[in-house]
Design a protein around this ligand. Structure first.
Ligand SMILES: [Zn+2]
Length: 129
């Protein structure tokens, strides 16, 4: 006797059926997709940390300028960031943890201004515990 792949109940009907119902079929696929989430989480986490490592690497001085291209070549992906901060001129920095970047076109090239996060004027961070 064949058993449903999702609920393990006996299947009646066509010989090639592997689910007892449409519900079980979609539920099985849903559960399977859900299992992929941890790997998505790990990938995003990895990219965020790589971004942070690169920003930190190119920003030893606390504030610096670098060509966007150079960061991208090193594996930086600007779509992944943890939070934003806007200065009084309305420019929005994107942060990867404690280092931020601002995209700035200059003479036809795109540059990044890198800055360290400064809780005194960018907003206090939550305390531990
Ligand atoms: Zn079933």
């Amino acid at each position: 006797m064949r058993l449903c792949l999702a609920c393990k109940e006996p299947i009646s009907g066509r010989i090639d059926k592997i689910y007892c119902s449409d519900y079980c079929k979609s539920n099985y696929h849903y559960q399977k997709n859900k299992q992929k989430d941890p790997s998505n989480f790990a990938k995003i986490d990895k990219q965020l940390k790589r971004n942070r490592r690169l920003l930190h690497h190119f920003n030893q001085a606390g504030k610096s300028t670098i060509r966007k291209e150079k960061l991208l070549q090193a594996g930086f992906n600007p779509k992944f960031y943890t939070h934003t901060w806007s200065n009084q001129r309305g420019q929005t920095y994107h942060f990867c943890y404690d280092v931020g970047f601002l995209e700035l076109p200059e003479n036809g090239k795109i540059k990044y201004i890198l800055i360290d996060y400064q809780p005194e004027f960018m907003g206090k961070l939550p305390e531990n515990g």
